[in-house]
Design a binder for this molecule. Structure first.
Ligand SMILES: [Zn+2]
Ligand SMILES: [Zn+2]
Length: 242
């Protein structure tokens, strides 16, 4: 039971950090936060994503390239050639790696305002650190798993951040409903987004990338936006127009 609870808590903490900090703050700048808050969420991302930790800087560049070149050859991740889920994950991993290591050439404007903490990433973004996290997860599973099948969750735990990112970017360009017909393949994955805290409304998001609220119809619930509103009320973040 502890493993199931851990997996669920890890899933939601991980997707929230990805949606709130990486996607909406880092890549889209829907709102502002102080340097200290930024560092807090930077470190939180590392703790929550663990072995699948991504650099917010490289994520930000990759995501901005995705919006700029959606469904074209320059898109860092797109299932346009009808490629499967794992092929898209591999393509995303390679695109990310090329950006992180400086191989991909892009306009400096794409990196504007992206948080970058190279000293931190020199420790957080290394193989020994990732392997350390994997050992911690393994020991945790060995200590608390009460049935063999619970170990089936372990691979997802290890690649959590990458897995969730690919689920959204692959699925939401393949299956779902379209509220705003566009020249790209973006779709809203599910009408009531209980799993991706608001980032499932990917078609709405491609239509209005600058809008902090991804929901359009009354039944579309954008949990990240609601939490961000609360964080705005307690002054952790500041909206652009404030
Ligand atoms: Zn997209
Ligand atoms: Zn976006």
């Amino acid at each position: 039971m502890i493993i199931i609870i851990f997996f669920i808590v890890h899933w939601y903490a991980s997707i929230f950090v990805q949606s709130f900090f990486y996607h909406r703050y880092t890549a889209h700048r829907h709102f502002f936060m102080s340097r200290n808050s930024e560092k807090f969420f930077y470190i939180s991302s590392f703790i929550i994503h663990g072995s699948s930790y991504m650099s917010p800087y490289a994520y930000g560049v990759m995501h901005r390239l995705h919006h700029l070149h959606t469904d074209t050859k320059e898109d860092p991740h797109s299932p346009i050639d009808n490629q499967g889920f794992w092929a898209t994950m591999w393509q995303t991993r390679n695109s990310y790696h090329r950006i992180f290591t400086g191989v991909t050439i892009f306009d400096d404007k794409l990196a504007k305002d992206l948080p970058r903490w190279e000293a931190f990433d020199r420790i957080a973004h290394t193989w020994p650190t990732r392997v350390g996290w994997i050992i911690v997860y393994l020991l945790f599973y060995i200590a608390f798993a009460s049935a063999w099948w619970m170990f089936l969750f372990l691979p997802i735990t290890v690649i959590m951040c990458t897995f969730q990112g690919t689920v959204i970017n692959w699925w939401a360009h393949k299956y779902g409903y379209v509220s705003f017909p566009m020249k790209n393949t973006s779709k809203n994955i599910i009408p009531v987004d209980l799993f991706f805290v608001g980032d499932a409304y990917h078609n709405n998001h491609h239509k209005f990338p600058g809008r902090p609220n991804n929901s359009h119809f009354w039944f579309e619930i954008d949990l990240t936006y609601q939490v961000t509103r609360l964080l705005g009320k307690v002054k952790v973040i500041k909206w652009k127009n404030q």
